[in-house]
Design a protein around this ligand. Structure first.
Ligand code: PXG
Length: 288
């Protein structure tokens, strides 16, 4: 496996960063998770735009032009002979000293990993997941804005540990007000009274690229939809629920906090959106 690290493609064993890198010492950095389907990188422009926005929000300068980073992503896929891949693009504050001060880190560290991915078993896309709400609240935007896709995932990891303890693969996280924010690595949708709903970003979620894609698909399929706040009660009384993310794509949820959602099987809106999404991943993307 070849890793792109600070401008060179190197063997995995040579792809090492300093123990003084602030990405490691403090989680000071930003990242993206991107998919390639059959030789095309899906929504690459959107992922790069979000990476630059995340970096801007934490005053981190990416030492590369956007075109150059896009070319590096494509080079990494070619170097590994991958047509279907999960791409992890990471920019850290770089090497500094043992203090917090980012001014001690003169240059950002940039690396790209391209690997294969299998997240949930295929049968779970047919049968649907059981998930649970957890006690760990999503960090409020006044502390660290959840729109920043930063390397600081401890909030999400604490929620994931609760999910593990409860024996479910994902956790629904609420904001401080008790409204649904998102999951540890996915956004949440419900279908309630015939309308497709997802929490507004102000309720504490990442502006997921799969979420945006699903909202676009809902528009083109004339599915009534809105970005509207909801609490666990609206999920319990919904007809359908599903999660979206680059890794998970669209995955149905059939049980939340031990309660079956709707009839307890994936619903028609989830199925329609999944079919359209899959079709789009086969059709669109930047060629490798
Ligand atoms: N919310 C959070 C907190 C995320 O980290 C999403 C939503 C979905 O966003 P996209 O743009 O992918 O539709 C994410 C993204 C993994 C993994 O390997 C997934 C993410 C982050 C880190 C790891 O499952 N998800």
């Amino acid at each position: 496996m070849k890793i792109w690290l600070n401008g060179s493609l190197v063997a995995k064993e040579q792809a090492v960063v300093s123990v003084f890198d602030h990405g490691l010492l403090y989680g000071d950095g930003v990242f993206e998770g991107i998919r390639a389907y059959d030789g095309r990188v899906f929504k690459l422009g959107e992922h790069l735009a979000r990476l630059w926005n995340s970096a801007r929000a934490i005053m981190l300068e990416i030492p590369l032009a956007r075109d150059a980073l896009q070319a590096a992503v494509l080079d990494t896929l070619r170097a590994n002979g991958l047509r279907d891949a999960y791409i992890r693009l990471v920019v850290t504050r770089g090497t500094g000293d043992l203090g917090l001060d980012p001014r001690k880190c003169p240059t950002a560290t940039v690396f790209i990993i391209a690997d294969t991915i299998t997240l949930y078993a295929a049968e779970l896309y047919e049968r649907g997941l059981a998930v649970a709400t957890v006690s760990t609240r999503r960090i409020p935007a006044v502390a660290v804005d959840p729109r920043i896709k930063s390397l600081n995932y401890l909030n999400n990891i604490l929620a994931k540990i609760e999910a593990n303890t409860l024996g479910v693969p994902e956790a629904i996280m609420l904001n401080l007000e008790g409204r649904v924010a998102e999951c540890t690595g996915d956004n949440v949708f419900i279908v309630r009274r015939g309308r497709l709903l997802t929490p507004p970003i102000a309720d504490g979620g990442l502006e997921g690229i799969t979420r945006d894609t699903v909202l676009d698909l809902a528009r083109s399929l004339a599915i009534p939809h809105a970005e509207e706040s909801f609490t666990p009660y609206e999920i319990y009384t919904a007809e359908e629920c599903f999660l979206t993310g680059t890794a998970a794509e669209i995955i149905p949820v059939v049980k939340v906090d031990t309660r079956p959602i709707g009839p307890g099987t994936p619903g028609p809106v989830t199925r329609r959106l999944t079919a359209s999404f899959r079709e789009m991943t086969r059709r669109e993307g930047v060629p490798v």
